[in-house]
Design a protein around this ligand. Structure first.
Ligand SMILES: Cc1cc2nc3c(=O)[nH]c(=O)nc-3n(C[C@H](O)[C@H](O)[C@H](O)COP(=O)(O)OP(=O)(O)OC[C@H]3O[C@@H](n4cnc5c(N)ncnc54)[C@H](O)[C@@H]3O)c2cc1C
Length: 307
């Protein structure tokens, strides 16, 4: 069945504008929205038209291929979205906060701290949306979304449902959602936070923000490109292989933090993946450790096999 194309869909939109690494070719179909019902309509349209689809948030953990994505990219990212305190005070005095998944995580962290709700202060300054943070189980300073997520509303081809934290399967920088083969959209996120003094929450938020600014390189990037192997630091392993400052094209391992690849101007996705491959091979040859990507690839990118 062919339906009228929903209003916000545009064609051949360069994904480099919608990723923090600033690489990626055109999406065949593209829509940026901040309304959960519209995400559902777009997903239905794609299903009816037999067009594959994917949801991105702020594009801060994704590398899109240079030849783009032959389907519908729904960017569910709205910096102006507002969370809501739904209910408070169960026996553990946990406050339930519900946020549309399009809300930036850092805004949510500031909003909750201002409302005297503790649990997300570590997220000060982390790019990305609440939805992306659930899918990748974003975290910092020893804490992660897994510590605060109660549930999420998810839509797949089959319909819309609220899923408990247990079924979301949040684990180190991944989730059961991230492992699914079929497309899905996280629409809303429910968080359990602890009431506390607002000025204490804001103090912790500022502290985490300062620590992040001290350690994090500037420039277009996707954050850490590799996951830390058990008990090891991917950044340290790359550094020990002498890779700080090493470049492929315009993609370069940061001088400050070797697990950050920076786009120093005109990097392509092929440069970024080529540089990741160099790092992966060097660490494998020297330490026998296989680094696995923390960034997600969109549109047919993969790292080559190592023997
Ligand atoms: C400078 C910098 C610093 C960073 N520091 C950290 C850090 O300290 N800790 C950390 O964990 N990460 C960090 N990151 C990585 C990134 O910020 C997080 O992974 C973030 O949670 C990604 O959110 P996003 O909305 O940008 O997701 P995207 O990059 O847009 O998408 C990531 C994945 O999630 C999926 N996805 C996104 N939104 C949805 C949705 N609503 N429904 C279904 N699927 C969705 C996408 O399909 C994709 O597979 C950093 C990145 C940068 C650039």
């Amino acid at each position: 069945m062919s339906r009228r194309r929903p209003e916000p869909i545009r064609e051949r939109v360069p994904l480099s504008r919608y990723t923090t690494m600033r690489v990626g070719g055109p999406a065949r179909y593209f829509a940026q929205v901040g309304d959960a019902d519209l995400v559902v309509r777009l997903a239905q349209w794609a299903r009816d038209e037999e067009v594959r689809w994917v949801v991105l948030g702020e594009g801060s953990n994704v590398i899109c291929a240079d030849d783009g994505y032959d389907g519908l990219v729904i960017v569910y990212h709205d910096p102006a979205a507002q969370p809501a305190i739904e209910t408070t005070e169960d026996e553990s005095a946990t406050a339930r906060v519900v946020a549309d998944a399009c809300l930036p995580l850092a805004n949510l962290a500031r909003w909750t701290a201002r409302h005297g709700l503790s649990g997300l202060e570590w997220a000060a300054g982390i790019p990305g949306t609440a939805g992306g943070a659930v899918v990748g189980n974003a975290g910092a300073f020893g804490t992660s979304m897994a510590d605060v997520v109660l549930d999420a509303e998810v839509v797949r081809s089959g319909g819309r449902a609220r899923e408990s934290a247990a079924s979301l399967g949040l684990a180190y920088r991944t989730s059961a959602l991230a492992q699914e083969v079929g497309p899905l959209a996280v629409l809303r996120v429910g968080l359990g936070l602890q009431p506390d003094d607002a000025s204490s929450c804001l103090g912790r938020l500022e502290q985490f923000g300062r620590a992040r600014r001290r350690s994090q390189p500037g420039g277009p990037s996707s954050g850490c490109v590799f996951r830390n192997p058990p008990g090891r630091s991917a950044g340290r392993l790359l550094d020990q292989c002498g890779l700080k400052g090493h470049a492929v094209g315009d993609a370069v391992y940061s001088d400050r933090h070797a697990n950050f690849v920076i786009n120093r101007g005109n990097a392509t996705a092929a440069d970024v993946v080529g540089l990741m491959q160099v790092g992966r091979e060097a660490v494998w040859r020297r330490f026998g450790v296989m680094l696995e990507p923390e960034v997600r690839f969109l549109g047919g990118l993969t790292l080559g096999r190592l023997e």
